[in-house]
Each structure stands twice: as C-alpha cells, then as structure tokens.
Write a protein of this length. Structure first.
Length: 429
C-alpha cells in the first residue's frame, strides 16, 4: 500500500499501557512521557517489529497488512534507540525485538502473573559494530587540475618512495581535492597536486550538518578503510558495497588464523573452492568471505563501525562469477549462517582488521581514525534456547608495550597541531 493506515487508538492505548512509561531498549531508563514545564510531552516513538511497508526495516510480505498495526507488532522506544534499531536491522531483527518487547512488558505484569520470571536466564546480546573513539576533526580542500579522466597521473604523484604506505584517501569534487591530510603541510602526500593558495579547512562537525557534505565525509572514511584493506589483500566490490578477501598469490586458496569466540586459535578458509558432497568434485565457483563494512553516525558526536558478514563468488578465485544463479547461491549460503556463525565471522573480521590489537589506527599525519576492538554487549534475561549454550570468551586485548607506544605516538602527533586546530575526540559509544 502506498499510504500508511493510521494505527487504531485502541492498539496505541494497549501498547502504552504495557510499556510502563519506559523505552523498551534493554537498560534504557528514558521515559516515554517526560514532564516539561506545566504539561507532559510525549517522547515515545512507535516502531514496527515487522515493517508496515514491504520495503521497510524487518519487512515480511507474508504478514497480513491487518496485523502490522496491532500492539503485538509495535514496540516503544526513545528517539535514540529507535534510530539505532532501524539502522542495524540485521542485528535487531524481528526475533530480537519480539523478545525485547516481551521482556520489557513482563516487568509491568502483576507479580502473580510472573511465574515464568524464575525460569529466565541471563545472557549477553552482542552488537555487530565496534565503537569509534576518534575521527578526523578537519577536512582539507584545494583546487586541483585532476579529474577522473587523468586520475592515474595523480597516483603517479602519490606513489613516491617518500610516502609509500600512506593511506591515499581523497575525493575529487567540483574541481577540488578533499582529504584528511593537512594540505598546508609541506610534506603531505598530495604536494604538487593542487593550488597551494586555495587551501580551505573544513570542520567535520559543520560537514555533518548538511546531507551532501555528510556524504563527502563518509566517502573519505570509506576510502581510508579501502586503502588500508587493499594493502592487506582485501578488495572492494563497489556494485554490492562489500569488501572481500583476495586469493593467496601462490595457492589461490587462502586461510586466516585467529582467536575464535571460545578463545581458541582457529584457522578458517577465507577463499576456497567448495566441493560437492556426493561426488567430492570441486564446484564451478569459489567462495570469498566478505563483509559490508561501514561508518555510521548514531548520535551527534557518536559513531560506530558496522560489520555485516557477506559472501563474494568468483569463477576461479579471480574473475567475477556472473552466472544467473549467483543471487540464490549467496542467499543459500547466508541462510545457514545462524547467530553463532554470524558472530564468529564478526569476530574474524575484527581480529583481521585490528591485527588482534586493542584498536585500529588509520593515520593521516596528525589526524586519525581510531576503531576500538571491543564487542559491545547488553545483558538480557529470557527463557533461552535449549542446548544452545556455547563457550564464549569475549576477546579483550589488553594494552602491551607495543600498543601503548603506538597510542602515544598518535597522541604526540595530535598535540603538535598548530594554533587552534585540534583533533576532535569522541566519547566511547
């Protein structure tokens, strides 16, 4: 349907009556009706567990339209958690939200009806994103003669021995170059590729206020990540917005060893040619572990780095697999990836990205992106799934001499920023 049917008043009353004047997100104490002055101001936002529209978050066309605006399919959140839930719909899927709603509303059931409460057990719900503790506070811009048509000439300037290993994250827009590197510095990697007299300094917080400039900032973050991963044998599939592991240059098949969720060293094939169970013969395609990796702003000064496991197929480890069945093959592979397997791949990616260190630094001279290697979690109480208990060791990487020295070197670089320029620090999410 093209327009949304108004939620019946009876359903709204049922929903509010069961919500106890609190946001349903675990541990959130934000009231949904807040006192303000002489009157009461409603703060609650009603979220659909199964989306009303067929193209909305957590959509399910099999659910009748008549059922989608009932209180049983609605949950109340404060504005902050409503935004988070809809942004990360894979993590906060319909099953998770139903359980969240059930546990929240159970808090306000009369004691005599709470017999099931004694049977509930505590577990942790782990997020599919990592907190970002620091981002570049400035974007530098200048007029440049380089366009997409002659971009290879720009790379000739960048690929010098002096700046070998630098992250060449930049954008070319409206005849201007944009980058996190300080273009006023004489030894920046882009020296000679722009007009020095036209350098402008843009504040990140100003860029975030405008949708177009916000997309520019996101593009610079993404290009920084892609530049870093390219050096580590990970390519970017622009058509499907995912990064995927490239094959081993010698053996084609590629493996990665990391500490699994149980804390054990585990070797996993991240590029391999599957075989048919019946015959043992290799199939006509290769599977590459992949992930949608993205930077998301969840509040005014809070950002997270999301990891959504995916798959990428090739014919031989190199050339793209273009068979018409590719969509169904990937869907079938992902359909077998249940919560534990899904979280295992998030673990693999975070260990790979950070080199199993406390955090990942992406440096641009005196500015940096800092992604913390921490799985965010929230404790929940629910009836649980029988025989579904797993050994879980949430890997926390303590500081050692090397990681401490690395963090100090970044701190010293930031302290040297001239004048009133400084690296914006962002509170942990």
């Amino acid at each position: 349907m093209s327009s949304r049917i108004k939620i019946p008043e009876t359903e709204i009353k049922i929903l509010f009556a069961k919500s106890g004047n609190l946001c349903a997100f675990p541990s959130c104490q934000n009231p949904i009706i807040a006192n303000e002055g002489d009157g009461d101001k409603p703060l609650a936002e009603m979220a659909h567990i199964i989306a009303y529209q067929d193209n909305g978050p957590r959509s399910d066309p099999s659910i009748p339209i008549s059922e989608r605006n009932k209180a049983s399919n609605l949950i109340l959140f404060c504005p902050t958690h409503h935004t988070i839930v809809d942004k990360f719909e894979y993590q906060y899927n319909a099953q998770v939200l139903r359980e969240m709603k059930r546990l929240h509303e159970a808090r306000f059931i009369p004691p005599k009806e709470k017999q099931i409460q004694s049977e509930l057990k505590s577990e942790f719900l782990y997020a599919s994103f990592l907190p970002i503790s620091r981002l570049p506070f400035f974007v530098f811009s200048a007029v440049t003669p380089y366009r997409k048509s002659n971009i290879l000439e720009l790379f000739d300037i960048l690929n010098t021995q002096e700046h070998k290993g630098a992250l060449y994250a930049f954008e070319l827009r409206d005849q201007r170059l944009y980058t996190f590197f300080d273009l006023r510095e004489p030894n920046n990697p882009f020296r000679g590729a722009y007009d020095q007299t036209t350098v402008e300094v843009l504040k990140a917080t100003d860029l975030w206020e405008n949708p177009d400039s916000h997309r520019l900032y996101i593009a610079l973050l993404n290009r920084s990540l892609t530049s870093y991963l390219k050096k580590r044998g990970v390519a970017y599939d622009a058509e499907h917005f995912r990064h995927y592991f490239l094959p081993d240059k010698t053996t084609v098949e590629r493996k990665f060893t990391y500490k699994s969720l149980s804390g054990k060293n585990t070797s996993k094939s991240i590029v391999h040619n599957p075989t048919t169970k019946l015959t043992g013969l290799p199939k006509s395609y290769w599977i590459h572990l992949a992930a949608n990796l993205s930077f998301q702003q969840v509040e005014e000064r809070q950002w997270v780095f999301t990891i959504r496991p995916e798959r990428h197929l090739t014919k031989d480890g190199y050339d793209t697999y273009t068979h018409s069945s590719i969509g169904s093959k990937i869907t079938r592979i992902k359909s077998k990836m249940y919560n534990w397997e899904y979280l295992q791949e998030i673990q693999l990616w975070r260990e790979f990205l950070t080199n199993a260190k406390p955090r990942l630094y992406l440096s641009f001279g005196k500015q940096s992106i800092v992604i913390e290697n921490v799985l965010l979690k929230e404790e929940i109480r629910w009836i649980g799934v029988p025989d579904d208990e797993k050994d879980f060791v949430s890997q926390q990487h303590p500081e050692d001499l090397f990681s401490f020295a690395e963090s100090q070197s970044f701190e010293n670089a930031e302290d040297d920023f001239d004048g009133d320029l400084f690296l914006g620090e962002f509170e942990d999410v």
